[in-house]
Design a protein around this ligand. Structure first.
Ligand code: GLU
Length: 301
């Protein structure tokens, strides 16, 4: 008889600013769920943005988490130590010809879309608000792309989403045990088509959030992804990448977000709700748990 496999959870913050009440909520919900299930709880430091993520912010982040009472079971995995893993995954997508070099800079993308909108056309956006890529490199021949690579800077590598969906060739699903932003729960069909050709790697970073999250979830054996409902739609991209890369699919639990008094998601620049500022003002971890509406006992929220 095989022994039951221990579930594995992960909390994956980015040290690109001070942690705030929203992170406290996310970390505590995740940690409590893992501990109640007898699961392993891993910490992953998502620091691929080498400009905004700094060692000092990472140190403060770990300190804030410990102060909140969060503990983790292994040495944290720092993404910037593993760029080689993302490059290997990227090469699988490149070899399958599902990725293309994009030559438009951010500014050129904006100008191109402004021009189209001025002519009255509605331009689609990804669920995270980024406009779909307006360039047409996805339709260029291999020879044209090769020539362009020699004469122009490549700004990013993008997933050809339509081709990727065709390559997958069947509907993809995932189990939502929490709730998406519109109350989505239960078995979900991935809606990958709502995304354009997402960035998979940039000229200055050999990966992207989507690629590295999917690779790490697989390499770390993550069985349960717990995160904010703002990332619910990203799961549709993650399902495509998991399928293309031959990775298993974790179970997902998307939780509500902590909002400010205007109903907006807290941002890392919201100094007054940073855990550091609250600590300095004498607030205790227990107070924080109460402030974010979680049970101060040990029962599941
Ligand atoms: N690094 C992401 C964040 O801080 C979380 C990504 C995830 O949980 O998939 O919002």
């Amino acid at each position: 008889m095989s022994s039951p496999v221990q579930p594995v959870f992960r909390f994956a913050p980015s040290p690109n600013g001070a942690l705030h009440l929203g992170h406290a909520y996310a970390a505590i919900v995740n940690h409590r769920m893992a501990r109640e299930m007898g699961a392993k709880f891993l910490l992953r430091i998502e620091d691929i943005d080498r400009v905004r993520c700094t060692p000092l912010l990472e140190e403060q982040m770990l300190d804030d988490l410990s102060w909140l009472g969060i503990d983790w079971d292994e040495e944290p995995r720092r993404q910037s130590d593993h760029f080689g893993d993302y490059e290997s995954a990227l090469s699988v997508l490149v070899d399958a010809e599902l990725v293309y070099p994009a030559f438009l800079s951010r500014r050129e993308i904006r100008q191109c879309i402004d021009h189209k909108q001025a002519q009255g056309s509605h331009w689609p956006c990804d669920p995270d608000g980024s406009p779909h890529y307006p360039g047409d490199e996805r339709n260029w021949t291999k020879i044209d792309l090769q020539e362009a690579c020699h004469s122009q800077p490549i700004h990013s590598l993008r997933l050809n989403m339509s081709k990727a969906i065709a390559h997958v060739g069947r509907p993809l699903v995932f189990d939502e045990t929490g709730r998406g932003p519109n109350g989505e729960t239960g078995k979900q069909e991935a809606n990958s088509r709502q995304w354009g050709d997402v960035v998979i790697a940039r000229s200055d970073t050999p990966t992207s959030y989507h690629l590295s999250a999917v690779v790490d979830d697989a390499l770390q054996g993550i069985t349960h992804v717990v995160r904010g409902s703002d990332l619910f739609h990203a799961t549709s991209v993650h399902r495509v990448l998991q399928d293309l890369l031959g990775f298993p699919t974790p179970t997902y639990y998307h939780h509500q977000l902590v909002l400010d008094s205007h109903g907006r998601k807290l941002s890392k620049s919201a100094g007054d709700t940073s855990l550091r500022a609250l600590r300095l003002a004498g607030v205790t971890a227990h107070d924080v748990i109460r402030m974010i509406g979680l049970d101060t006992g040990e029962r599941q929220p």
